[in-house]
Structures are given as structure tokens and as C-alpha cells.
Design a protein around this ligand. Structure first.
Ligand SMILES: *Cc1c(COP(=O)(O)O)cnc(C)c1O
Length: 392
């Protein structure tokens, strides 16, 4: 049987849209100038970059000069968190974040802690929500930065970013959100979200890998991570990734026209998937918030099985999913996000994340629903974890 592969791991990365590839091609071929050069080759590249910057800025209700292009979400998180911490270190040394951030934020905060900063990792409730009151209570006269993600990459929960932003403003504390999972998937308005800084990455919205952005609100002081040339108004040295930035711009254009329809289409398919799996497979639970969640994310735990076994069995059927986040898949530690929402360790080990995209069809979801019950039952039948009588 030669079945079409089904990719349900869009939170890890998305296929580059054909429209994006087409937009990038001229900049990989003839239009190769360095955007900093003064001659015509350079000016042509610069025009392309500034066109993309303008479109991306208006998509998020920012000003073009507030966008710094980077190599992706990880760099943006590092740049913003370290850059704000360094620029404000005379005012204080305290940073507030959540316990369910992406590793790019958690590890950066952990690094700063070793450098003498103090970091509060706030708990979340069983749906994965940070309580804005906890943020307020954690603020001290030493607090210089709050960083709380917009949409969680594992369980899909969307955090109360605007509420946290109001609190940060009242206290004169800089506020950053990692919007890598929401950018291009749900509406983003930096004023409504009340953020000073925001991270996004092109490859999570059908753009190319290796390009992202750091939004830095006008007036927010930040120390650069990369020193060298005076690109990006001296906030990030290095020759601009012209094809990548052009591709990012095209991906944002597509999101601008398709996002609304796609999010309702994908969330309907996602709901069908979650409801079907719950109905067909007993001892199953959904992780993350029932309503406040990314439109394309389903995260479920199946008792008495290992996520790796499920993943590999699905892979043999041509279906690609994740056991949690791509970064934790190779370790035996249960996901820090599932632990933080109180999923017991055994159950956390039997968790799968399905993330849909613009190429996901109804038929794809129906095929997953046809094969999953058999896979779970077969693995449970072999599993020493399965208690007799607990499973029909
Ligand atoms: C993917 C991801 C990142 C990292 O982005 P890269 O561009 O892959 O470096 C950061 N934060 C979140 C929430 C992500 O999902």
C-alpha cells in the first residue's frame, strides 16, 4: 500500500509553503546583493528586506523599526531576555517567568541565574494557565523583566498575556512574550497584548527555517547579543538573511489572508480528532485548556502505554506526531509542561501531541482515528503497565 504520509507535527516545524519558496527563489539566484551595500545589488536586496519588514510590522500592529530580524525563535528569546537583563542590571536582578516556557526561555533564564540574576518560575494550574495574580505577587522592587509565553508549544494553552502586560506596565517592568506558536495562527497585536518585546519564528508558519524576529517596542533599551556591523540599527550585527526574510514576509502575507479561515478549519478537525480518540480509546485524557488553546493543537495521554511506542507505530503507518516537545523527545525525563500541570509521571510517558497545519485534511484525521485504537490496544496488550481489568 502506498499511502500519502500524514504530517501532524506542525508545532515542531511546518512545510515551507510553495508560495514562500517561489518568493524566495529570486533571492537565492540572481538577486544576491548584501542589503548593507550601497550599489544597486545591495539596494535591491535592501528594498526586499524593508518591504518584508513593513508587511510583518503591520501584521502585528508594530512599527517597522521595532522589528529586528534574527535567526529564529531561540535567538530572539536569548536576545530579548539577556539583552533586557543586561541593560537593566543596575536597576535590579529579578526575572519572572513561568514553569512551562519553551527551553529557549527556561535555559536562558537558568543561564542568567548562574550569572547572579534571580529567577521566579511561576506555577500553572491544571489547564496550564499562569495566574496574573501570581505574577503581581512575585514582583519586587528588584524585578526588571517578566517573560511569559503566548501559546504553549506542547499543550497549546494560550496564556493571559494582556492581563500580565497590564501588571508589568503598572510596575514599570519590561514584558516579553514568546509568540512562536501563535504568530500567524491567532491574531497578534502588540498594543492589545501590552508587550514590550515578542519573539516569532518563520518556520512555525510555513516560512523557511533559520529566520525569526524580535519585536522591541520603541523606547525599550536592550543590549545586543551579536556585536559587529551596524545592521538592524546596531541591535543585531550580521549580514541579513535576505531570502529568509523575504520568505518570512511571504509567509506572513499568507497568514494574513488565510489565518482566520484556517484556524476555524483546523480547530474543527482538531476537535474531531480529540473527541474521536476519547470516544474510541478508554483511559485517555486531554491535556491543556479546553477552550483557550491553539487551534491546531491536540495533546492526549493514553494510560498504560509509552508515547515512544505509539509514535513509532504511527510512523510505520506514515503518520508523524510528537511525544511532547521535540526537544524533550530524546530524554527519559517526563515533559516539564505535563509535570507542571500535574499529569502523573506514568501518564505523561504515554502522551502524544498532534499538531495540524494548512495541508491537513479531513481524510488525514479520519485515517488517524481508524488506526489509533488498534495501536493502543496492541501496545496495551503487551504492556507490563497495563493492570488487569483496567482495560476492556
Ligand atoms: C519552536 C519554538 C521556539 C524555537 O524557535 P526556533 O526558530 O526553532 O529556534 C521557541 N519557542 C517556542 C514556543 C517554540 O515553539
Amino acid at each position: 500500500m502506498n499511502m500519502k504520509p500524514i504530517y501532524l507535527d506542525h508545532a515542531a516545524t511546518t512545510p515551507t509553503a510553495p508560495e514562500v519558496v517561489q518568493a524566495m527563489l529570486p533571492y537565492l539566484e540572481g538577486t544576491y546583493g548584501n542589503a548593507s551595500s550601497l550599489h544597486s545589488f545591495g539596494r535591491e536586496a535592501k528594498t526586499a528586506v524593508e518591504t518584508a519588514r513593513g508587511r510583518i510590522a503591520s501584521f502585528m500592529n508594530a512599527r517597522p523599526e521595532e522589528i529586528v530580524f534574527t535567526s529564529g525563535g531561540t535567538e530572539s528569546d536569548n536576545f530579548i531576555i539577556k539583552g533586557i537583563a543586561l541593560s537593566r542590571k543596575d536597576r535590579g536582578n529579578h526575572i519572572i517567568t513561568s514553569s512551562i516556557e519553551h527551553h529557549a526561555v527556561l535555559e536562558t533564564c537558568g543561564f542568567l541565574r548562574k550569572q547572579g540574576f534571580s529567577v521566579s518560575f511561576l506555577p500553572v494550574d491544571s489547564n496550564g494557565l499562569v495566574n496574573p495574580d501570581d505574577v503581581k505577587k512575585a514582583i519586587t522592587n528588584k524585578t526588571i523583566l517578566i517573560t511569559v509565553m503566548h501559546g504553549n508549544n506542547e499543550i497549546g494553552t494560550i496564556e493571559p498575556v494582556a492581563e500580565i502586560g497590564s501588571i508589568a506596565r503598572e510596575h514599570g517592568v519590561a514584558f516579553h512574550t514568546d509568540a512562536v506558536q501563535t504568530f500567524g495562527h491567532v491574531p497578534i497585536d502588540v498594543d492589545e497584548l501590552k508587550v514590550d518585546c515578542l519573539s516569532a519564528s518563520a518556520h512555525k508558519l510555513h516560512g523557511p527555517k533559520g529566520v525569526g524576529l524580535a519585536y522591541i517596542r520603541t523606547g525599550t533599551k536592550i543590549t545586543p547579543l551579536l556585536h559587529g556591523g551596524d545592521q538592524e540599527k546596531r541591535r543585531r550585527a550580521s549580514t541579513l538573511n535576505v531570502p529568509g526574510i523575504v520568505g518570512f514576509g511571504r509567509a506572513v502575507d499568507l497568514a494574513g489572508t488565510e489565518m482566520h479561515a484556517e484556524s476555524s478549519r483546523q480547530s474543527a478537525l482538531r476537535d474531531r480528532l480529540m473527541e474521536g480518540l476519547l470516544a474510541e480509546i478508554n483511559d485517555t485524557r486531554i491535556n491543556g485548556h479546553p477552550i483557550r488553546r491553539l487551534p491546531n493543537n491536540a495533546n492526549l495521554s493514553f494510560a498504560f502505554v509509552e508515547g515512544e511506542g505509539l509514535l513509532l507505530s504511527l510512523d510505520m503507518e506514515g503518520i508523524a506526531v510528537s511525544t511532547g516537545s521535540a526537544c524533550t523527545s530524546s530524554s527519559l525525563e517526563p515533559s516539564h509542561v505535563l509535570s507542571a500541570i500535574g499529569v502523573p509521571v506514568e501518564l505523561a510517558h504515554g502522551s502524544l501531541r498532534f499538531t495540524l497545519g494548512r495541508d491537513t485534511t479531513r481524510e488525514d484525521i479520519e485515517r488517524v482515528l481508524r488506526v489509533m485504537p488498534g495501536i493502543v490496544h496492541r501496545l496495551r496488550a503487551m504492556s507490563p503497565l497495563a493492570r488487569k481489568g483496567a482495560i476492556s
